[in-house]
Design a binder for this molecule. Structure first.
Ligand SMILES: Nc1ncnc2c1ncn2[C@@H]1O[C@H](COP(=O)(O)OP(=O)(O)OP(=O)(O)O)[C@@H](O)[C@H]1O
Length: 252
Protein backbone atom coordinates (compact mmCIF):
# COMPACT_ATOMS: atom_id res chain seq x y z
CA UNK A 1 0.00 0.00 0.00
CA UNK A 2 1.37 3.43 -0.89
CA UNK A 3 1.13 6.45 1.38
CA UNK A 4 0.04 8.72 -1.48
CA UNK A 5 -3.31 10.47 -1.07
CA UNK A 6 -5.47 9.22 -3.89
CA UNK A 7 -8.44 11.38 -2.97
CA UNK A 8 -8.29 14.84 -1.45
CA UNK A 9 -11.53 16.61 -0.54
CA UNK A 10 -10.72 20.21 0.32
CA UNK A 11 -13.29 22.45 2.02
CA UNK A 12 -16.13 20.83 0.10
CA UNK A 13 -19.49 22.50 0.65
CA UNK A 14 -22.98 22.24 -0.74
CA UNK A 15 -26.29 23.79 0.26
CA UNK A 16 -29.84 22.72 -0.50
CA UNK A 17 -32.31 25.64 -0.35
CA UNK A 18 -29.94 27.49 1.97
CA UNK A 19 -29.29 24.46 4.22
CA UNK A 20 -25.59 23.52 4.31
CA UNK A 21 -25.67 19.72 4.04
CA UNK A 22 -21.87 19.52 3.66
CA UNK A 23 -19.80 22.33 5.05
CA UNK A 24 -16.04 22.80 4.49
CA UNK A 25 -15.48 19.07 4.52
CA UNK A 26 -11.84 17.96 4.28
CA UNK A 27 -10.88 14.31 3.71
CA UNK A 28 -7.67 12.69 2.57
CA UNK A 29 -7.74 9.04 1.59
CA UNK A 30 -4.65 7.04 0.63
CA UNK A 31 -4.52 4.65 -2.32
CA UNK A 32 -5.61 1.17 -1.19
CA UNK A 33 -7.09 2.39 2.08
CA UNK A 34 -10.35 1.11 3.52
CA UNK A 35 -11.96 4.21 5.04
CA UNK A 36 -15.19 4.18 7.01
CA UNK A 37 -17.36 7.28 7.05
CA UNK A 38 -19.78 7.38 9.96
CA UNK A 39 -21.98 9.95 11.65
CA UNK A 40 -25.50 10.39 13.01
CA UNK A 41 -28.51 10.59 10.66
CA UNK A 42 -28.41 13.66 8.45
CA UNK A 43 -24.67 14.26 9.06
CA UNK A 44 -24.05 14.62 5.32
CA UNK A 45 -22.38 11.26 4.58
CA UNK A 46 -24.43 10.32 1.50
CA UNK A 47 -24.15 13.88 0.21
CA UNK A 48 -20.35 13.66 0.62
CA UNK A 49 -20.34 10.52 -1.58
CA UNK A 50 -22.65 12.31 -4.06
CA UNK A 51 -20.11 15.15 -4.28
CA UNK A 52 -17.18 12.78 -4.86
CA UNK A 53 -18.91 10.87 -7.68
CA UNK A 54 -20.30 14.05 -9.28
CA UNK A 55 -23.97 13.28 -8.64
CA UNK A 56 -24.18 16.56 -6.75
CA UNK A 57 -22.14 19.65 -7.65
CA UNK A 58 -19.95 21.42 -5.12
CA UNK A 59 -20.88 24.98 -4.27
CA UNK A 60 -17.43 25.53 -2.76
CA UNK A 61 -14.10 23.78 -2.36
CA UNK A 62 -12.47 21.16 -4.54
CA UNK A 63 -12.06 17.43 -5.00
CA UNK A 64 -8.80 16.06 -6.35
CA UNK A 65 -8.45 12.45 -7.48
CA UNK A 66 -5.04 11.06 -8.46
CA UNK A 67 -3.66 14.60 -8.51
CA UNK A 68 -6.35 16.04 -10.82
CA UNK A 69 -9.40 18.14 -9.92
CA UNK A 70 -12.57 16.20 -10.74
CA UNK A 71 -15.33 18.36 -9.27
CA UNK A 72 -16.15 20.00 -12.59
CA UNK A 73 -16.31 16.73 -14.51
CA UNK A 74 -19.57 14.98 -15.37
CA UNK A 75 -20.63 11.95 -13.34
CA UNK A 76 -19.76 9.81 -16.34
CA UNK A 77 -16.27 11.29 -16.70
CA UNK A 78 -15.64 10.78 -12.97
CA UNK A 79 -16.64 7.12 -13.35
CA UNK A 80 -14.25 6.84 -16.31
CA UNK A 81 -11.50 8.41 -14.20
CA UNK A 82 -11.82 5.40 -11.88
CA UNK A 83 -14.45 6.11 -9.23
CA UNK A 84 -17.23 3.54 -8.79
CA UNK A 85 -20.31 4.03 -6.65
CA UNK A 86 -22.53 1.50 -5.01
CA UNK A 87 -25.91 2.94 -4.14
CA UNK A 88 -28.18 1.62 -1.38
CA UNK A 89 -30.64 0.09 -3.84
CA UNK A 90 -28.95 -2.48 -6.10
CA UNK A 91 -29.42 -2.10 -9.85
CA UNK A 92 -28.86 -5.65 -11.10
CA UNK A 93 -30.82 -7.22 -13.97
CA UNK A 94 -33.19 -9.42 -11.96
CA UNK A 95 -34.39 -11.56 -14.86
CA UNK A 96 -30.84 -12.48 -15.90
CA UNK A 97 -28.48 -15.01 -14.34
CA UNK A 98 -25.53 -13.95 -12.24
CA UNK A 99 -23.27 -14.94 -15.17
CA UNK A 100 -25.22 -12.78 -17.66
CA UNK A 101 -25.24 -9.84 -15.26
CA UNK A 102 -21.48 -10.14 -14.95
CA UNK A 103 -21.07 -10.44 -18.73
CA UNK A 104 -22.95 -7.17 -19.18
CA UNK A 105 -21.07 -5.45 -16.34
CA UNK A 106 -17.80 -6.64 -17.77
CA UNK A 107 -18.56 -5.46 -21.31
CA UNK A 108 -19.50 -1.98 -20.05
CA UNK A 109 -15.81 -1.34 -19.33
CA UNK A 110 -14.17 1.63 -21.06
CA UNK A 111 -13.49 0.56 -24.61
CA UNK A 112 -16.81 -1.20 -24.83
CA UNK A 113 -16.45 -1.97 -28.55
CA UNK A 114 -13.24 -3.86 -27.95
CA UNK A 115 -14.99 -5.76 -25.18
CA UNK A 116 -17.95 -6.63 -27.34
CA UNK A 117 -15.63 -7.94 -30.02
CA UNK A 118 -14.16 -10.42 -27.53
CA UNK A 119 -17.44 -11.07 -25.70
CA UNK A 120 -17.75 -14.69 -24.56
CA UNK A 121 -14.13 -15.55 -25.23
CA UNK A 122 -12.11 -17.43 -22.67
CA UNK A 123 -10.50 -14.35 -21.03
CA UNK A 124 -13.98 -12.93 -20.52
CA UNK A 125 -15.25 -16.16 -18.97
CA UNK A 126 -12.23 -16.37 -16.68
CA UNK A 127 -12.73 -12.76 -15.52
CA UNK A 128 -16.39 -13.49 -14.80
CA UNK A 129 -15.61 -16.62 -12.82
CA UNK A 130 -12.87 -14.81 -10.91
CA UNK A 131 -15.28 -11.96 -10.05
CA UNK A 132 -17.99 -14.41 -8.96
CA UNK A 133 -15.50 -16.22 -6.75
CA UNK A 134 -14.21 -12.98 -5.27
CA UNK A 135 -17.69 -12.05 -4.05
CA UNK A 136 -18.65 -15.61 -3.07
CA UNK A 137 -21.14 -16.22 -5.91
CA UNK A 138 -19.21 -18.94 -7.75
CA UNK A 139 -21.97 -21.50 -7.05
CA UNK A 140 -24.72 -19.13 -8.23
CA UNK A 141 -23.49 -18.32 -11.73
CA UNK A 142 -26.60 -19.81 -13.36
CA UNK A 143 -29.05 -18.51 -10.75
CA UNK A 144 -31.37 -15.70 -11.89
CA UNK A 145 -30.53 -12.55 -9.92
CA UNK A 146 -34.18 -12.42 -8.78
CA UNK A 147 -33.59 -15.65 -6.80
CA UNK A 148 -30.58 -14.38 -4.87
CA UNK A 149 -30.82 -13.47 -1.19
CA UNK A 150 -30.57 -9.80 -0.26
CA UNK A 151 -26.90 -10.19 0.69
CA UNK A 152 -26.07 -12.08 -2.51
CA UNK A 153 -27.76 -9.34 -4.56
CA UNK A 154 -25.56 -6.76 -2.88
CA UNK A 155 -22.47 -8.86 -3.64
CA UNK A 156 -23.54 -9.16 -7.28
CA UNK A 157 -23.84 -5.39 -7.44
CA UNK A 158 -20.37 -5.09 -5.90
CA UNK A 159 -19.04 -7.55 -8.51
CA UNK A 160 -20.61 -5.39 -11.26
CA UNK A 161 -18.73 -2.40 -9.90
CA UNK A 162 -15.51 -4.42 -9.62
CA UNK A 163 -15.98 -5.47 -13.27
CA UNK A 164 -15.21 -1.84 -14.16
CA UNK A 165 -12.00 -2.07 -12.09
CA UNK A 166 -12.35 1.33 -10.40
CA UNK A 167 -9.45 2.53 -8.25
CA UNK A 168 -11.85 4.04 -5.73
CA UNK A 169 -15.19 2.53 -4.73
CA UNK A 170 -17.80 4.45 -2.75
CA UNK A 171 -20.23 2.27 -0.81
CA UNK A 172 -23.35 3.58 0.87
CA UNK A 173 -24.55 1.35 3.72
CA UNK A 174 -23.59 -1.89 1.97
CA UNK A 175 -24.71 -4.11 4.87
CA UNK A 176 -28.16 -2.55 5.39
CA UNK A 177 -30.71 -5.37 5.61
CA UNK A 178 -28.09 -8.14 5.63
CA UNK A 179 -28.11 -11.05 8.06
CA UNK A 180 -25.28 -11.22 10.62
CA UNK A 181 -23.61 -13.93 8.54
CA UNK A 182 -23.88 -11.92 5.31
CA UNK A 183 -22.45 -8.89 7.11
CA UNK A 184 -19.49 -10.99 8.28
CA UNK A 185 -18.84 -12.23 4.74
CA UNK A 186 -19.05 -8.66 3.43
CA UNK A 187 -16.44 -7.59 6.00
CA UNK A 188 -14.15 -10.37 4.73
CA UNK A 189 -14.76 -9.29 1.12
CA UNK A 190 -13.94 -5.65 1.84
CA UNK A 191 -10.78 -6.64 3.68
CA UNK A 192 -9.75 -8.65 0.58
CA UNK A 193 -10.44 -5.65 -1.70
CA UNK A 194 -8.30 -3.30 0.40
CA UNK A 195 -4.86 -2.63 -1.05
CA UNK A 196 -6.03 -3.20 -4.62
CA UNK A 197 -8.98 -0.80 -4.46
CA UNK A 198 -9.51 2.21 -2.26
CA UNK A 199 -12.82 1.95 -0.42
CA UNK A 200 -14.90 4.63 1.28
CA UNK A 201 -17.71 2.94 3.15
CA UNK A 202 -20.61 4.82 4.75
CA UNK A 203 -21.93 2.54 7.46
CA UNK A 204 -24.16 2.63 10.54
CA UNK A 205 -23.35 -0.90 11.76
CA UNK A 206 -20.53 -0.30 14.25
CA UNK A 207 -19.82 -4.04 14.55
CA UNK A 208 -19.06 -4.05 10.83
CA UNK A 209 -17.02 -0.85 11.11
CA UNK A 210 -15.01 -2.43 13.93
CA UNK A 211 -14.33 -5.49 11.73
CA UNK A 212 -13.05 -3.60 8.69
CA UNK A 213 -11.92 -0.15 9.72
CA UNK A 214 -8.44 1.22 9.51
CA UNK A 215 -9.22 4.93 9.79
CA UNK A 216 -12.69 6.21 10.58
CA UNK A 217 -13.90 9.69 9.64
CA UNK A 218 -16.85 10.99 11.61
CA UNK A 219 -19.17 13.60 10.12
CA UNK A 220 -21.59 15.75 12.06
CA UNK A 221 -23.72 18.60 10.73
CA UNK A 222 -21.95 18.50 7.37
CA UNK A 223 -18.45 18.78 8.83
CA UNK A 224 -15.64 16.41 9.70
CA UNK A 225 -15.90 16.03 13.48
CA UNK A 226 -13.15 13.50 14.18
CA UNK A 227 -10.83 11.04 12.51
CA UNK A 228 -8.84 8.13 13.88
CA UNK A 229 -8.84 4.47 14.87
CA UNK A 230 -11.92 2.78 16.28
CA UNK A 231 -10.50 3.22 19.80
CA UNK A 232 -9.86 6.94 19.20
CA UNK A 233 -13.36 7.41 17.84
CA UNK A 234 -15.22 5.46 20.51
CA UNK A 235 -13.46 7.35 23.28
CA UNK A 236 -13.86 10.79 21.66
CA UNK A 237 -16.21 12.94 23.74
CA UNK A 238 -17.26 15.18 20.82
CA UNK A 239 -18.27 12.05 18.88
CA UNK A 240 -20.24 10.70 21.84
CA UNK A 241 -22.01 14.05 22.19
CA UNK A 242 -22.84 14.10 18.46
CA UNK A 243 -24.56 10.72 18.76
CA UNK A 244 -26.61 11.71 21.82
CA UNK A 245 -30.27 11.38 21.01
CA UNK A 246 -29.66 8.66 18.41
CA UNK A 247 -29.05 5.96 21.02
CA UNK A 248 -25.25 6.30 21.11
CA UNK A 249 -22.56 5.42 18.60
CA UNK A 250 -23.09 1.66 18.88
CA UNK A 251 -26.74 2.10 17.87
CA UNK A 252 -26.29 4.63 15.11
N1 LIG B 1 -31.35 16.88 -2.48
C1 LIG B 1 -31.56 17.36 -1.27
N2 LIG B 1 -32.39 18.40 -1.05
C2 LIG B 1 -32.57 18.91 0.18
N3 LIG B 1 -31.97 18.46 1.30
C3 LIG B 1 -31.13 17.42 1.15
C4 LIG B 1 -30.88 16.81 -0.12
N4 LIG B 1 -29.99 15.79 0.06
C5 LIG B 1 -29.72 15.77 1.39
N5 LIG B 1 -30.40 16.74 2.04
C6 LIG B 1 -30.33 17.04 3.48
O1 LIG B 1 -28.95 17.14 3.79
C7 LIG B 1 -28.70 16.56 5.07
C8 LIG B 1 -27.64 15.49 4.93
O2 LIG B 1 -28.22 14.38 4.28
P1 LIG B 1 -27.42 13.05 3.98
O3 LIG B 1 -28.37 12.10 3.35
O4 LIG B 1 -26.17 13.37 3.26
O5 LIG B 1 -27.05 12.57 5.46
P2 LIG B 1 -26.50 11.17 5.94
O6 LIG B 1 -25.40 11.45 6.90
O7 LIG B 1 -26.17 10.30 4.77
O8 LIG B 1 -27.76 10.60 6.72
P3 LIG B 1 -28.31 9.11 6.94
O9 LIG B 1 -27.31 8.45 7.81
O10 LIG B 1 -29.60 9.34 7.64
O11 LIG B 1 -28.45 8.48 5.59
C9 LIG B 1 -30.03 16.04 5.58
O12 LIG B 1 -30.57 17.01 6.46
C10 LIG B 1 -30.85 15.90 4.33
O13 LIG B 1 -32.22 16.05 4.61
Amino acid sequence: MTTENQLVVENASVSFSGFRAVSDLCLKVRAGELRCLIGPNGAGKTTALDLICGKTRLSGGEIVFKGKPIHRLSEHAIARAGIGRKFQVPSVFRALSVRDNLHIGHSRKPGVLANLATFGQSGDTEDIERLAELVGLEDELDTPAAHLSHGQTQWLEIALILAQDPSLILMDEPTAGMTAQETKKTAQLFTRLGGRHTLIVVEHDMGFVRDIAQTISVMHQGKLLAEGSITDIESNQAVRDAYLGSGGIGHA
